[in-house]
Write a protein that binds this ligand. Sequence first.
Ligand SMILES: C[S@@+](CC[C@H](N)C(=O)[O-])C[C@H]1O[C@@H](n2cnc3c(N)ncnc32)[C@H](O)[C@@H]1O
Length: 232
Amino acid sequence: MKKYIYLLISNISLFIVFPLIRLISKSFYEKKILPYVLNLTCNSRPIDYQRKKVIPEASGKVLEIGIGPGSNLKHYDNQKVTSILGIDPSEELNQIAQKRAKKNNLNVEFLIESASSLSVESDSIDTVVSTYALCSIPEPQKTLHEIKRVLKDDGVFIFSEHGLSPNKRVSFIQNITDFFYPKIAGGCHTNRNIEQLISDSGFQFLDLNNIYLPGTQKFLGYNYWGKAKISS
Ligand SMILES: C[S@@+](CC[C@H](N)C(=O)[O-])C[C@H]1O[C@@H](n2cnc3c(N)ncnc32)[C@H](O)[C@@H]1O
């Protein structure tokens, strides 16, 4: 019962309330509503469960792209990580992330910039992390090339992302919703083929898993997670 009430509320919000508010005032919606909605959804239980599967694997000098509200910060293993650099173009989400870093007593350096053009030195990072960010970054291929550039030769790319489902019915809905969903969800595309994007960018998977996130609408919930290294 609880699940159906949640789905009903999220559908009413997604398909009626948010588009209406955005129609009335795009800047109010993007500055005052969206950051809090993203913070809320990014901290849902199924997503947090996915974070726990990948984030403790990060080690050494870590770069997190699209760090947003900093929801991964509490999952880093302080014994393995020497430094964290979080980048994201959103000032509003960065304010939330800064509070989280303080709360977790972490020394995180933040840069307000796009992951598709990083000001990070080449061949300098041990682990690049991306969670639920490749869906929203306007130029995912360029970003993956930047990730490859900044990673050390033996560096690892850790990810947990949602994207294109292999199921024809679900992918049909994803292709339809993609016409409007990015407008109300900070540029989040529902139909990116994460596996293909990563492998076409010169990475080799060390580990790749898929699941529909429980309690999440299928068009949003097809999750890819794992690890990749630069192809030899
Ligand atoms: C759905 S949120 C996910 C945030 C965070 N990675 C998490 O796991 O909770 C998508 C994030 O991608 C960020 N983003 C959008 N365009 C970007 C870009 N060009 N470069 C880096 N991050 C970007 C957004 O600001 C937002 O923080």
